[in-house]
Design a binder for this molecule. Structure first.
Ligand SMILES: [Fe+2]
Length: 268
């Protein structure tokens, strides 16, 4: 395999990798895929339908697999979490209706990448909505860029998103764990591109020069939610999507009266 065919997603959020068959993945392609992921923040690979073995092997080619801190995995593949939404589930958005970056509330060893494969996909609903931290940062006014250069965000597992996550935990029979809180810079740089890291679903405060700035927090949350930075990805069965939690935010869209099953792997 020499060339990967890349085409950007809507609003320049992420990239489709077309004509790629992960069932026949060559070593030479894996480094390229990783570079594309770092450059675009999220990659979309349609219609792969991988076995758990192949799915896990692809994830290993991106990085070291980590067990998700709160949910159990498949019996033979402990790194694969099953995310299942049932028709009777009441919550409007599965997995949280706030843009967020997974596990931003961990102080150390935040898993970098999240990978999902569509196992059972309802027609016309349950999109995953992505917002590009690269694009959002690039479009900030210069004075804000300067102002947030050394700003710190305080992120908590008990942030706005936690209600839906607790429902998942209750169903999995996992006791709600103690609240985890961490601070991280809100600007990160990946391969020379700066990106906004504010995980609205977990963000509690923004601190600049030792002082909380609530207005800036509201401004930035509003900014990353603007239509111009958003791509709503419509899933197909067997699709594999990988995103970089440093540079891309995501959330689930409205979903009701249907079953939806995804397999998730978290990668360092
Ligand atoms: Fe998430």
């Amino acid at each position: 395999m020499n060339n990967l065919h890349v085409s950007p997603g809507k609003n320049n959020v992420g990239a489709y990798l077309n004509e790629l068959n992960l069932n026949k993945l060559h070593q030479a392609a894996t480094k390229k895929i990783r570079d594309i992921l770092d450059t675009y923040g999220v990659i979309f690979i349609r219609n792969q339908n991988l076995s758990s073995e192949k799915y896990q092997n692809f994830a290993k080619s991106i990085g070291e697999l980590v067990e998700y801190p709160r949910l159990k995995g498949l019996k033979d593949y402990p790194f694969i979490n099953v995310l299942e939404r049932k028709p009777t589930d009441k919550s409007i958005a599965f997995g949280g209706s706030y843009l967020h970056q997974d596990t931003s509330y961990l102080a150390k060893n935040r898993p970098r990448y999240t990978m999902l494969m569509g196992i059972e996909i309802p027609k016309g609903q349950g999109n995953t909505i992505f917002s590009s931290g690269f694009n959002a940062y690039r479009k900030l006014p210069d004075n804000i860029k300067k102002n947030i250069k050394d700003a710190i965000g305080i992120f908590s597992s008990a942030g706005p998103i936690s209600k839906t996550r607790r429902e998942l935990e209750a169903r999995a029979g996992v006791k709600s764990a103690k609240v985890l809180e961490a601070e991280h810079p809100i600007v990160h740089e990946v391969n020379g591109q700066k990106s906004l890291y504010i995980s609205p679903g977990h963000l509690m405060k923004i601190i600049i020069n030792g002082k909380e700035d609530e207005d800036l927090k509201k401004y930035l949350i509003n900014h990353v939610n603007k239509e111009e930075f958003i791509f709503s990805y419509e899933w197909g069965k067997g699709d594999v999507v990988v995103w970089d939690n440093l540079t891309v935010m995501h959330k689930a869209s409205e979903i009701k009266n249907c079953t939806r099953i995804m397999h998730r792997i978290t990668i360092k």
